[in-house]
Design a protein around this ligand. Structure first.
Ligand SMILES: Cc1cc2nc3c(=O)[nH]c(=O)nc-3n(C[C@H](O)[C@H](O)[C@H](O)COP(=O)(O)OP(=O)(O)OC[C@H]3O[C@@H](n4cnc5c(N)ncnc54)[C@H](O)[C@@H]3O)c2cc1C
Length: 551
């Protein structure tokens, strides 16, 4: 496979040469470094690379160039290489333009000139961005291949699983690719689909996620029977608890039923998390969190699901979906929430075949040139609309209420209003999903007039409501009437603490069982944000130490 490209652009020949030299010195072994001396030349190079299917990892552009400024070039480049990281090289005087470009064109970073010494002022930023790029890069050749019909629900599950676990893959659609048909038809009988072909050539026909996980080297079994701290759910809250717990010496295991990152892991761009002024994708946040946790020795089991909790004196026992069990001194429940199902005729039958819950970024490329429908009015729906707008012909945001601003942050409302690709249908709900093999039409109902309209549609993404993932807890842990876990001051002593055995009241974030904690979206009355989930996960570890000290 050709090396991924780093393209640097500057109209001053000496500067261009110096940047290219520094890039080659550090990255030349794994990346090809190309130069362009103007915006127009850079766009032409990108068009040519895209046509050849050559991957572009990074654009590093000077801002002040005649004819086309760096900010404009990076905005236009996005349409050609949407996945490349885009960095502006700018003078101090132009930082305002750079910050504006972060907002308008979703620039990844700006660097100030001079960038000397590059070891301090250039490479750390580029190392980070290139790590992120590699984390979500899907190589065209040589990697794992998934062969199926685009409209297969099982294929969607496999693609989503691989994408969310950062396993690069290439998807080949049997409906449109001769290669796919040839590979699937190999042998005497047709191969059950989806077919997964591993880089070494091994073929897995219609594998379960557990089989796939084993094949790609994910760990699903615990190495120990007992841990100081077991965490259920590897969203931001669980990852934060894991990092703090393990870094403070607790033997820690993290159990995740889908992929680390949780809901945040499905976000196309989180822009309000402190320390990332240009925002970062949920996939990047999750990858960083997992690496950090593993560095401190956390065992991450994924995919693996906690199915029941039992108490054995001070010990907590977790039953896992594969029939195994682990026990621990302290349990953290950070199982978050799942999307509510859309109650529209036909939605359930077409789930995974055009009707998707959450951002399903693995479907983005398939939406090229199509009209995409997004249901919901929260930040998640707004982010998804903006994300799919970069791929789709148009995006329609379907909103039940009369305004977007009620639930969505104003920065997203503004950007949606400014987008020529996104239209918003207020007072509207999806009444019916119609299709055979896959979604073909939607019936939209105007909630004011009751009027119904049938529109052609092949992709619908749903972001409505949230239900806590706590059914598996039964009566062991006190929950509110919606299933969210009650902790600390939310517990009503006469009602919830009848069997509480200690003289002290439950700590903040501690449930009605000593040593069982809850953090993040799964908790009653929590603030549904990445930062608060991370904060709660971290704070809980402080109380875990106090609990452990008292044992
Ligand atoms: C698309 C989208 C965009 C968002 N954008 C933003 C944003 O820009 N800024 C912001 O602040 N917030 C944002 N949010 C909200 C934010 O992501 C959540 O508040 C945050 O992820 C909550 O973290 P958590 O760890 O509590 O739970 P979750 O992220 O829900 O993670 C819970 C994890 O537990 C796992 N799990 C559940 N049950 C089990 C079980 N029985 N066994 C094992 N594992 C289990 C789940 O698979 C999941 O991975 C967004 C949410 C979405 C969906």
């Amino acid at each position: 496979m050709t090396k991924p490209i780093l393209l640097t652009v500057d109209d001053e020949p000496e500067v261009l040469q110096a940047v290219a030299r520094d890039l080659r010195r550090r990255y030349g072994k794994h990346y090809g470094v190309l130069r362009a001396d103007s915006g127009a030349a850079a766009l032409a190079t990108l068009e040519e690379l895209a046509e050849r299917g050559a991957p572009v990892a990074l654009l590093l552009c000077d801002h002040r160039m005649p004819e086309m400024q760096g900010v404009e070039l990076l905005a236009r480049a996005r349409a050609i290489v949407p996945d490349a990281k885009r960095v502006l090289l700018t003078a101090y005087a132009d930082t305002e333009a750079a910050i504006a470009a972060i907002n308008e064109s979703q620039l990844d970073y700006y660097l100030l000139k001079p960038w000397d010494p590059p070891e301090e002022r250039l490479y750390p930023v580029l190392d980070d961005l290139l790590d992120d790029w590699r984390g979500s890069f899907r190589p065209g050749f040589g990697g794992l291949r998934v062969i199926a019909s685009r409209w297969s629900a099982e294929a969607h599950e496999v693609k989503d699983f691989l994408a969310r676990n950062h396993v690069p893959y290439q998807f080949l659609d049997v409906e449109t690719s001769d290669d796919a048909r040839r590979l699937a038809g190999d042998g005497d009988a047709p191969t059950p689909l989806p077919l997964v072909i591993l880089p070494e050539g091994e073929r897995l026909a219609a594998p379960s996620l557990a089989e796939l996980a084993r094949a790609v080297g994910l760990r699903t079994e615990a190495t120990q029977p007992f841990y100081d701290l077991a965490i259920v759910g590897a969203g931001p809250a669980g990852l934060a608890a894991a990092v703090y717990g393990a870094s403070e010496g607790l033997a820690t295991v993290l159990v995740e039923r889908q992929a680390p990152g949780g809901q945040a892991g499905t976000s196309s761009r989180i822009e309000n998390y402190l320390g990332f002024p240009a925002g970062l994708s949920g996939a990047d946040l999750a990858r960083r969190g997992v690496v950090q946790a593993q560095r401190f020795g956390v065992e991450v089991l994924a995919p693996q699901e906690a199915t029941a909790l039992t108490l054995d004196g001070p010990y907590k026992r977790l039953a896992l979906a594969d029939g195994s069990e682990i026990a621990c001194h302290v349990l953290m429940i950070s199982a978050g929430v799942a999307w509510q199902r859309l109650r529209a005729a036909g939605a359930e039958e077409l789930a995974g075949r055009g009707v998707y819950y959450g951002a399903a970024m693995s479907e983005a490329l398939s939406c090229k040139g199509e009209e995409v429908y997004v249901v919901g009015a929260g930040n998640s729906a707004g982010q998804a609309a903006l994300y799919f707008a970069a791929y789709a012909r148009s995006v329609v945001l379907v909103v039940r209420g009369g305004s977007l601003g009620t639930k969505m942050s104003s920065y997203l409302v503004d950007r949606i209003a400014a987008s020529a690709t996104i239209s918003v249908r207020l007072h509207t709900e999806v009444a019916e999903c119609i299709g055979g093999e896959h979604l073909e039409e939607l019936v939209l109902r105007d909630r004011m007039s009751g009027e119904r309209e049938r529109v052609p549609a092949c992709v619908l993404f749903i972001f409505i409501g949230a239900v806590p993932c706590t059914d598996w807890l039964g009566d062991v842990v006190a929950r509110d009437r919606h299933g969210f876990i009650l902790t600390g001051p939310d517990l009503d002593p006469p009602k919830h603490l009848k069997h509480w055995p200690l003289a002290r009241p439950p700590y903040l974030l501690e449930a009605n069982v000593p040593g069982v904690f809850a953090a993040g979206d799964v908790r009653h009355d929590s603030i549904k944000r990445v930062a608060s989930a991370v904060g709660e996960g971290s704070v809980a570890v402080h109380f875990m130490h106090r609990y452990l000290a008292s044992l």
